[in-house]
Design a protein around this ligand. Structure first.
Ligand SMILES: NC(=O)c1ccc[n+]([C@@H]2O[C@H](COP(=O)([O-])OP(=O)(O)OC[C@H]3O[C@@H](n4cnc5c(N)ncnc54)[C@H](OP(=O)(O)O)[C@@H]3O)[C@@H](O)[C@H]2O)c1
Length: 285
């Protein structure tokens, strides 16, 4: 299978590069390859003659999206529309990544794929619009919603992932204030990449929730990082209002991997197991 991987040096992209073996993968890097330039995107993808395009690109600094709705919609929605049109023309499958932030959190228990989305911020609305473009234009697609990704390459858009940021701040002796009223499922991008590697060999197209198992607040996530690494920083729980981020975030955005279980993908591990695995691989424990 010939695969074009967009954002190949990103957090998830790097793990996909390591995981997808035995296939002909063409890595595409920003800014040489920029999905907001439809003509060049079309030219490159038609030259590659691939069977599958994997799009990990996003504008996802959530607070910045509030101030920059034009860029958010350009990258997360309009470019995704162009990509879908190109994939339709070239008759190839598209895997596109979306987010838990398409939900408002009011359900208070894990969201399944059938639940109605209701995003609270510009990022979530722009990602949801991207999802709708893919669904409207392309029959053969996979849309993957995930949550709280961390991986060895670190999140390029956000500077570093949550785990590495916590450890680095602790080592600097900073007091850490972390929100304790937003429930998520931290998810290993290495494990997500393994599930994608399974999914691409099926024709079970459509929408999937793919995250590690279990749930916690960001504060509880930080507690577990420090418990496993033996670090003892001054860690304080705070509420979202006191933290005062620009973008409103859902108080509960845990996703249930319902469809993945139905089609028999390998189950994800619990987030604590995946975190330990990550810390071991990074040589931090
Ligand atoms: N990180 C999370 O917690 C999280 C949670 C849920 C869903 N997601 C979704 O998962 C996907 C992957 O996230 P990630 O954490 O791996 O992000 P990432 O580390 O920021 O990787 C994104 C990659 O796309 C590239 N890129 C950015 N703009 C581009 C453009 N216009 N054209 C082509 N490539 C471009 C980036 O290049 P540069 O770095 O050089 O800009 C980077 O290589 C995204 O769709 C995101 O919305 C992420």
């Amino acid at each position: 299978m010939k695969i074009a991987l967009i954002g190949a040096d990103g957090q998830l992209g790097s793990d996909l590069m390591k995981t997808i073996k035995g296939e002909d993968v063409a890595p595409l890097y920003y800014p040489d390859f920029d999905i907001t330039q439809p003509e060049k995107t079309r030219e490159v993808l038609s030259r590659l003659q691939m069977d599958l395009v994997i799009n990990t690109a996003a504008f996802h600094r959530v607070d910045e999206c509030e101030d920059k709705p034009e860029i958010s919609f350009l990258v997360n929605s309009l470019a995704v529309r162009h990509l879908s049109l190109i994939c339709k023309e070239l008759e190839c499958v598209l895997i596109h990544f979306s987010t838990d932030y398409v939900f408002d959190g009011k359900k208070g228990k894990p969201y399944v794929e059938e639940d109605a989305p209701h995003p609270l911020n510009v990022y979530g609305v722009s990602k949801l619009a991207g999802e709708y473009f893919v669904r409207n234009i392309l029959e053969r697609h996979f849309i993957i919603r995930s949550c709280g990704l961390y991986g060895e390459a670190g999140c390029l858009e956000k500077g570093a992932n949550f785990v590495d940021t916590m450890i680095s701040l602790a080592e600097k002796g900073k007091t850490l204030r972390v929100v304790n009223d937003q429930w998520v499922t931290p998810t290993s991008s290495a494990e997500l990449a393994q599930r994608i590697n399974e999914l691409i060999h099926t024709d079970h197209y459509g929408l999937y929730h793919l995250t590690n198992e279990g749930e916690c607040t960001w504060y509880e996530f930080a507690q577990e990082i420090f418990s496993l690494t033996g670090k003892k920083p001054h860690l304080e729980p705070i509420d979202s209002q006191t933290y005062g981020a620009l973008a409103l975030r859902p108080s509960y955005s845990v996703l249930e991997n319902k469809r993945a279980k139905e089609i028999g993908l390998t189950n994800f591990s619990h987030w604590k197991v995946a975190l330990k695995d990550y810390l071991i691989k990074k040589g931090l424990i």
